[in-house]
Design a protein around this ligand. Sequence first.
Ligand SMILES: [Mg+2]
Length: 427
Amino acid sequence: MANAPDDLARDVALDPDDLPRTLLITLTGPDRPGVTASLSAALSAHEVEVLDVEQVVIRGRLTLGILIGPSASLEHGAVLVLDAAGRVASQVAGDLGMDVDVTLGAAEHDARRRGTLLVTVIGHPLLPAALSGLTRRISEQGGNIERIVRTASYPVTAVELTVTGADLTALRHALTQTSASLGIDVAVQRAGLRGRGTYLVVMDVDSTLIQDEVIELIARHAGCEDEVREITERAMRGELDFAASLHERVALLAGIEESVLDVVRRDVRMTPGARTLVRTLKRLGFRVAVVSGGFSAVVQPLADELGIDHARANVLEIVDGRLTGRVVGDVIDRAAKATALQEFAALDNIPLDRTIAIGDGANDLDMLSIAGLGIAFNAKPVVRAQADTGITVPFLDPVLYLLGITREEIEQADAEAGVATPSPPVR
Ligand SMILES: [Mg+2]
């Protein structure tokens, strides 16, 4: 029950800035038609305006929150008007058999000054302890959670939190540091940058778009797989200069027949979710590119098959139907990958803050850092530590959730195109 107007007037300080300027009305109870309509009809008789409204129904139970303030035209008596509105809301709730909570508050201020952030959380599964740890960290950073929605229930559980009052860099740092121990993947982004205009997604290939390292598949045919893998791993951990390591590994492939590349193309295993990711991005109007320290003989046909807009990779030199053990032209190394991202973005007229890079290796670090959002995909520790965010589940479609695309949107896009989306397990 709200306080009587006289009490309120006595309780508040005399400074007008301190006067309550908002009233939060929260109704909870079994969902039924017309709850919002009844409440807003009752409030319409009062000199108030709606500042915010949220409604959520989980398993038939409704929570409706409506934040109101006095009409802008109202010169005096704001507290009285809000109190009267609170009484009306209590009466409506009583009539509907719902619980009500009415809270007077200060003016909508300045938590919003630092901007609104979106925190995407991916769990596989999402445990209550993780949600608890995460929300505690957000509040330690001065963040206020304004809204939580589930964006996916399959193949992972993804929720998106709208947070005000926290600093982007500080919150990103705090949450990235704890996400591994909480068993979740977390991305923090500025809200309002999404949804309009075109974006470019640039992906690494080996161990990102595909599960394999192509050079190892080729090396298997030359009987030098172990030697090549050892050099690859050292390079990806950042212990070896990438270009030098590439030359060293390609040299081991000298003499292999060109036809081996056809076999390797057939052997490549796409990362689960890769087709869904690319297909959905393309349908939603994204530009998609791949850039690889691997080889164009394998990467280009793959890109063509998936409808990817740009591809760049190393070119193996072939003479008389055999690999020479050399590459043609400049090596696509760490710096060249970042350059490729910049060039693709320029070709598509997309500013860098609208680019998203995804990769797993040390040679992806430069492109991950210049992109608007850098996503480490099942990455080596050195990469995970430096990227904006990471995904630790072994499939690619959760990238869509980090971009704010919901499972429902994926399925809707598939239905419109007549593609069957794999059905989720019944929950
Ligand atoms: Mg890779």
